[in-house]
Design a protein around this ligand. Structure first.
Ligand code: ADP
Length: 396
């Protein structure tokens, strides 16, 4: 039986997809439809088969139309996507609250539960749901599975997920830490244990997922025990456009200063982090600015790497023993400078970077010296493969 899975990642205005074999990891096609439902612009579809990308302007007023665009792309450019060849559709869903500890086969009750969690993820769950509805309509007899970004963090103990706030907020408004990027942390932590030649159940690692969004996770014996994102993906590390940890007094201070709540939300989601510090959220551009002697960019790198190192230090304490560190996602995989600065700040843990091993592109490798007390690795993440594997596992 084939293990062909169509992985869908539906955002509010985009639909990304990948068709892959969940057993071998072989990708037969991938693509994205962007600008779905935007009144002033045509949607754009890009479909890639064997490295060849085809880009088209398309009409996609909603996710159902975008799904038809995807099916058309398969029909026109291949490979053939026949429902009978497809084992399942796997959906990335951002927020599963405390309802989902593992992937769920989609039925009406699961859809209602994801809907019920919209107040906790207003920017993400509605788009995810639109993708699920469109895929159910397109593949009515194919099993659909929801894989949640939060699920891997449901093993956090209460002392790590509970905020010290009034009971009413915690109970009525579901205020607690949930964590995100769970599929990436699951994939990379398992892979790192393999690379270290150890059994997952006996391995304690810290995973640093450093992309446009960024989070750290402390994983003990395969179970996540702490992570840096919280109620929302704003908490924790400094990111491309989000600030990470802040003083909780900030909203009321700014409200008294006359800043409207919408401006506040927008600034913290889209105008903070690297962009707030340097004017750009593109880390490559930040590195160019540093080379050009820009003091704001140099300070931004210090702030970012200091915050990451503080988290690694606190997670080493939480884990009790640290067997390895993984750098992953766009910045973690591609930036030797960032890794070197983070590792230099971890000298008191006996960690020593090896400049030769650390230089160069995103290949999977160790970047610390042989005498480093803890090895650090580059471990490229693969969220689509993890979603496909989890989809398959829950159905088999
Ligand atoms: P997302 O969270 O959007 O999936 P990615 O994991 O793709 O983000 O990471 C995007 C970030 O990675 C951007 O800040 C980008 O500048 C950075 N990045 C990509 N390639 C490089 C590179 N070669 N050197 C440094 N940073 C890079």
């Amino acid at each position: 039986m084939s293990a062909l899975v169509l992985v869908l990642n539906a955002g509010s205005s985009s639909l990304k997809y990948q068709l892959l074999d969940a057993d071998s990891g072989t990708v037969s096609a991938s693509g994205v439809v962007e600008r779905i439902g935007e009144p002033d612009a045509k949607a754009v579809a890009r479909h890639t088969v064997s490295g060849e990308a085809t880009t088209r302007d398309v009409d996609a007023p909603d996710h159902h139309a975008a799904m038809r665009v995807v099916l058309d792309a398969f029909a026109t450019d291949g490979p053939p996507l026949r429902p009978q060849d497809l084992y399942a559709v796997g959906h990335r869903v951002v927020h599963g609250g405390d309802l989902f500890r593992s992937p769920a086969v989609v039925d009406d009750a699961v859809i209602d539960a994801i809907q019920d969690l919209v107040p906790l993820a207003p920017l993400h769950n509605p788009g995810n749901l639109a993708g699920i509805r469109a895929a159910r309509a397109a593949f009515p007899t194919t099993p659909q599975v929801a894989v949640f970004d939060t699920a891997f963090h449901q093993t956090l103990p209460p002392h790590a997920f509970t905020y010290a706030v009034p009971r009413e907020w915690r109970e009525r408004h579901r205020v607690r830490r949930y964590g995100f990027h769970g599929t990436s942390h699951a994939f990379v932590s398992r892979r790192l244990a393999t690379l270290l030649g150890r059994d997952v159940s006996e391995t304690n690692v810290v995973v640093l997922h450093l992309g446009n969004g960024a989070s750290a996770a402390a994983v003990a014996g395969g179970a996540c025990i702490d992570t840096s994102m919280g109620l929302s993906p704003l908490e924790g590390l400094v990111m491309g456009t989000r600030p990470g940890d802040l003083d909780p007094a900030l909203p009321s201070h700014l409200a008294r200063e006359g800043v409207p709540i919408e401006d506040y939300d927008r600034a913290l989601n889209a105008g903070s982090g690297l962009r707030g510090l340097t004017g750009t959220n593109d880390f490559r551009e930040v590195e160019r600015l540093i080379e050009a002697g820009d003091p704001d960019a140099a300070l931004a790198l210090d702030i970012v790497t200091y915050r990451i190192a503080k988290y690694v230090g606190s997670y080493a304490v939480a884990l009790g023993r640290l067997d390895g560190i993984a750098f992953t996602a766009g910045i973690g995989e591609h930036s030797p400078r960032l890794r070197a600065e983070v590792l230099a700040r971890l000298g008191m843990l006996g960690i020593r970077v090896d400049p030769d091993r650390n230089s160069g592109g995103p290949a999977e490798r160790v970047v610390t010296s042989d005498d480093s007390a803890v090895p650090a690795w580059v471990v490229p993440t693969n969220e689509e493969l993890e979603i496909a594997r989890q989809t398959l596992a829950v159905l088999r």
